[in-house]
Design a protein around this ligand. Sequence first.
Ligand SMILES: Nc1ncnc2c1ncn2[C@@H]1O[C@H](COP(=O)(O)OP(=O)(O)OP(=O)(O)O)[C@@H](O)[C@H]1O
Length: 487
Amino acid sequence: MEVARPRLPWWTLLPRWVKLVASPLVLVGLVVWLVVQFGRLAWRYPLTLAVAVLTGWVQAAFGWWVLAFTLLAVVLVLGLWWRLHSGSFARTVGVQVRTELRRLSVYACQWRTVMRLADLVKRDRGREYRPRLGLVRSDGWRDRVRVRMVSGQAPEQWEAHASGLAHAFRARSCRVRVRKPGCLELDLVHRDPLAQPFAVPGLPETSDGLDLRRVTVGRTETGRPWRLRLLGRHLLAVGATGAGKGSLLWSIVWALAPLIRTGRAQLVGIDPKGGMELGQAPEVFHRAVFDNGPDAVAALEAIAATVKERAARYRGMLRSWSPATGDPFLVLVVDELADVLAYQPDRQLRERANRAVQTITSQGRAPGVCVIGLVQDPRKEIVSFRHLFPTRVAMRLDEPAQVDMVLGDGVRDQGAAAHEISEHTPGVAWAKEDGQREPFRARAFHVTDADLDTLSTFVAGRLVRRAQVLPFPEANGGDFWAGGAAA
Ligand SMILES: Nc1ncnc2c1ncn2[C@@H]1O[C@H](COP(=O)(O)OP(=O)(O)OP(=O)(O)O)[C@@H](O)[C@H]1O
């Protein structure tokens, strides 16, 4: 016969006179609450609210006909704007309309259910604490959703649920970023803005405006230029075969071309694969070695000696290299670093190469020497001094563990899924610079064989034509390979 006793709110038990005295205060509080709620609504849906208020006002003040003509005029003006300046239209009206629509129809509608089903709410003494949905911004290819976490929650919990959240909101992936203590930003990605290759820009005639701290090598997924810092940095790019490491390398060389032509930058290249990569434009190199033998080691030792010589010369006068020193900016490019540092069968050569590369990477930044190392296998046994490369680029990788090896622990949890880069998008990479909190996704320019000829011609000052289109060979009576070998 036991029944639950109804629990009355505490204030109903107060004496009548207290309620009377408190009622004006409660009324003021209620009005303030309503104003705050309205302000929030206006902040989140400014366009919807402005259209609704204006429509109501025009109809009430001037009647239906005026309203119809006004709406027609507005639609016409917007249509004209869209046709004449689609870019500015998309950046202003398009983004705002999409943002408000998606906030209302996707996030506001499903937030409570998704949070509950994804186990991101907390319950305490019968009360439910739910993460708060903040500002939403829809960029077309992704939605950025701000979230205020429940007290006691950690970003790691959200990272663990990222895949579930992506599926719940019908996105391809979800990345979690910490904005400030207690606040996160979810990147719900709907399509890949890097799916199409980017052609290289035109070669600049002069080096005016070329800053070695901001060398443009491609485009990031937000549409901004992908800029690499070469001055005072070394770069390690890791990727499986066919990941597009070559395009990153040539994009860098392309950007440096005006400096190389005038001798203010010098490239030394080592390509242990017999020149398959660097041999495509040998004219751009001051010195190029196409194996990993004694010549390659001698080239490395020569640069290590230059590093020491420059350091001795600058000591006490300069803190670091600048064009005013008159020395060229030196770039050492090693395609397949592992062949030089780990796979060289001669122990003595291997040790000499390791010593030289360590000297260059540890001491070369201030004297104006930059190392660009390309490698397929990022394990410690292969490149034991990965930490000496402040800029690290992870192109398509085979395993998730390799992402941590290249970009550092925990960066994969922030969304840098280099192991998920598609085979159909070579040149796409996740990059991170030391001291930068967030990794970013970008795609290097696609440097074609014809572009490499243009580059060689530009640097050498004479026509170079290496790329040519060959007719597809005919199978000779079914014995295609035999025919090829005989030829
Ligand atoms: N940024 C890019 N955009 C479009 N296509 C690209 C891009 N980079 C490379 N490719 C294409 O992908 C293929 C492989 O590229 P690349 O040879 O540069 O890869 P890699 O990582 O250097 O491979 P490997 O380690 O075997 O030398 C090439 O056919 C190239 O045309």
